[in-house]
Design a protein around this ligand. Structure first.
Ligand SMILES: Nc1ncnc2c1ncn2[C@@H]1O[C@H](COP(=O)(O)OP(=O)(O)OP(=O)(O)O)[C@@H](O)[C@H]1O
Length: 671
């Protein structure tokens, strides 16, 4: 439009002000005619009209397509991280939907473990195979059950994958059936589900078992028996026999495959898939691990299944421990750490003076069997045993053998262990089950001690009066009051056998060993002649079933001089010679066991060499005694010198004070 036309138009607008509507309308029509007469304006209006028609057509077309879609298509999307994604994904993999695809991501995997092995280029040379994994791609058409067409597309956005299904059907039930079938396929598949990092606690049952809890041991043991490591490919190789691992029961196996931290294994248990995650704890200064856990994700949302699993684990554990004794140990933080299991020690292998073994066993059995009586009589159902005496005389061995005999687990507490104080001791005891053996070793370390040595020079003060010695502070943070509290607590009333051992009964407070806390006190002494004879017979038994031609074996020994097999009579004679050759109550069984281990297959040699061994022992004892005497004398001389120096200093100070006083007096007199 030219500038003149615009000016003319505006002039016209001015003219219309104050006129009637009819005149205004006429003026507008005249203006439009004049504008339409302009070819550029006419062109612009034509464009606007055409654009409006095309856009309206497009919108109507899209609306119609969407109407048709919603009429003939059912659409569903599945997002990775959801269990439903896994169902559909596994199902379409199984139906090889992606095999016709032409867009892949090539990865290196062990083809044997793949659900869709057809997508792998098998090598079978022990090296990973090239595997074609379907990647985000154009939709695939899947002819499901031969009658329904489903378009499947896979999208990857910001690392998250989703599947979109479009079912070509008027009926939504086709989609329902498809999802249902995928779900059933996944649940019943013999192919392990892929390892998952997602938190599915909303849809599946997840159980956490902490190392500090006893259920951890049950579950760990059970999982090993169920061969949970079968599909693992990440291990920590351990040669430590205390580490529970794969091949644990094979004694010949030198290395064990312990699950690596945070590895996830799949296991099918009674038809239900479960994913097991091992979280390995940290190792404390004593080489024990704590803080670990086992997390189990059951492919079920029935809580009862978890209960059944735990019960199965518990029963398995109990059965397995019939031939073994479980010892629970504490960690540095005052909690029960993982248990160790030891082979059961036969009660018959204990060599104790006549009747002692039988007495302990009968007493413990009677106690366990009389729970009702205790309740009836209103007496706390607990029993305390104090085993005291020289080191190496069989106190700990008795408790281990008894635990095996009674099928009880041992809860071992060392009062001197770091982290054990009154509070943690109480907590530990509360956390033990009823019917177990609570073993408190070296109970004396909770008390201040002072080893009185009769030969030691008494320490005298300046006036020559003996100074009482400072008691050596206890090695434990547990106080007597704390210990008594724990022994008397309600938690100790549930059929628990408390065993305490000490080498120094004289250091124990009488309150601790009174009946009710320590009901049976048994002294363990150095080996008697009778025990020595029994010990020899245990080391060199005579076994009729072993033929001499089979060579030396347990129960078959040959004379070094004649080469003949030693008869039972000869062995019995040797046992007597051995026992009388050793002074009674002079050596512990542990010491003699050490000696006999050197002559395991040579009973004659054991008897022949015992004299020299005793001589060496006595010589060693004498030397130690002499060294002790020497140290004592040195210490006494040092103390005497210190006392003399102190005395001299005190006298010099007194002398100095006297002379100062006399100088002051002289000065005063002079003034
Ligand atoms: N009376 C015994 N019968 C059988 N074996 C024994 C006996 N005494 C000691 N032994 C053997 O000696 C070793 C040490 O024994 P044990 O640990 O039971 O002694 P202890 O009295 O508990 O010693 P400590 O007071 O030092 O703890 C074990 O290998 C055990 O087999």
């Amino acid at each position: 439009m030219s500038g003149q036309a615009l000016v003319r138009g505006l002039r016209h607008v001015k003219l219309i002000s104050g006129r009637s509507w009819k005149q205004i309308f006429r003026a507008l029509i005249a203006l439009c005619k004049r504008l339409l007469g302009n070819p550029q304006v006419a062109e612009l209006l034509r464009f606007i009209f055409l654009g409006t028609v095309v856009e309206t057509g497009r919108v109507i077309g899209a609306k119609m397509v969407s109407m048709v879609n919603s009429f003939f298509l059912v659409k569903a999307s599945f997002k990775q991280g959801e269990l439903s994604y896994e169902w559909v994904s596994a199902y379409i993999d199984h139906h090889k939907v992606w095999n016709r695809s032409r867009t892949f991501r090539v990865v290196a995997r062990n083809a044997e473990k793949l659900a869709n092995r057809d997508l792998a280029l098998n090598g079978a040379d022990g090296y990973p195979d090239a595997v074609y994994e379907p990647s985000a791609q154009d939709p695939e058409l899947f002819h499901w059950r031969g009658k329904h067409w489903i378009t499947i597309s896979k999208d990857e956005k910001e690392g998250a994958t989703s599947l979109t299904l479009q079912v070509w059907s008027r009926n939504r039930s086709v989609l329902d059936e498809f999802v249902q079938e995928a779900r059933t396929f996944y649940r019943t598949s013999t192919q392990p589900p892929p390892r998952q990092d997602y938190d599915w606690s909303q849809s599946l049952i997840v159980g956490h078992f902490n190392q500090a809890d006893f259920s951890y041991d049950w579950v760990l043991d059970y999982l090993q028996s169920e061969n949970v490591m079968a599909d693992a490919n990440e291990f920590t190789v351990s040669t430590k026999q205390t580490d529970a691992g794969w091949n644990r029961d094979d004694a010949k196996q030198l290395v064990r495959y312990v699950p690596s931290s945070n590895t996830k294994q799949r296991l099918r248990w009674r038809g239900i898939w479960m994913q097991v995650e091992f979280v390995i704890g940290y190792e404390d200064g004593n080489g024990r691990t704590s803080g670990g856990s086992i997390n189990i994700m059951l492919h079920s949302c029935d809580k009862a299944v978890l209960g059944q699993f735990i019960e199965a684990a518990r029963i398995h554990y109990t059965n397995a421990s019939i031939s073994r004794v479980t010892v629970h140990l504490t960690d540095n933080y005052g909690s029960w750490a993982r248990a160790v299991t030891k082979n059961r020690r036969a009660f018959s292998t204990l060599i104790l003076p006549n009747g002692i073994k039988e007495l302990i066993l009968a007493d413990a059995k009677e106690f366990l069997a009389s729970e009702e009586w205790y309740t009836f009589a209103g007496v706390p159902h607990r029993r305390g045993y104090l085993l005291y005496g020289e080191p190496g005389t069989g106190k700990s061995s008795t408790i281990h053998a008894l635990a095996g005999e009674l099928g009880l687990e041992i809860y071992f507490i060392s009062l001197a262990a770091p982290g054990i104080d009154d509070y943690t001791l109480g907590r530990l005891i509360r956390d033990t089950p009823s019917r177990c053996i609570l073993l408190i070793e070296d109970i004396d370390c909770a008390f201040p001690s002072r080893e009185e040595d009769p030969d030691e020079e008494p320490l005298l003060d300046a006036k020559g009066i003996p100074i009482p010695r400072e008691p050596i502070p206890p090695r434990s943070q547990v106080t007597l009051a704390g210990l008594l509290n724990v022994l008397d607590s309600v938690a100790s009333e549930e059929g628990r056998l408390t065993f305490a051992t000490t080498n120094h009964i004289e250091q124990l407070d009488p309150a601790l060993i009174r009946p009710g806390r320590m009901d049976l006190k048994i002294q363990y002494g150095l080996a008697t002649t009778e025990q020595l004879e029994q010990m020899f017979e245990r080391f060199y038994p005579y076994n009729d079933e072993i033929l001499p031609e089979l060579g030396p074996s347990i129960g078959c020994y040959f004379s070094k001089t004649t080469g003949e097999r030693l008869s039972p009579e000869v062995l019995s004679g040797l046992a007597k010679d051995f026992a009388v050759a050793i002074p009674a109550a002079r050596y512990s069984i542990a010491q003699l066991q050490g000696y006999l281990l050197n002559t395991k297959n040579d009973p004659e040699g054991a008897v022949a060499g015992i004299g020299a061994w005793i001589e060496a022992q006595e010589k060693e004892k004498r030397e130690i005694e002499e060294l002790k005497q020497k140290r004592r004398k040195e210490a006494a001389a040092r103390r005497a010198a210190e006392a003399a120096a102190e005395k001299e200093f005190a006298e010099a100070t007194r002398e100095g004070n006297r002379s100062t006083d006399s100088v002051e007096e002289t000065v005063e007199e002079a003034s």
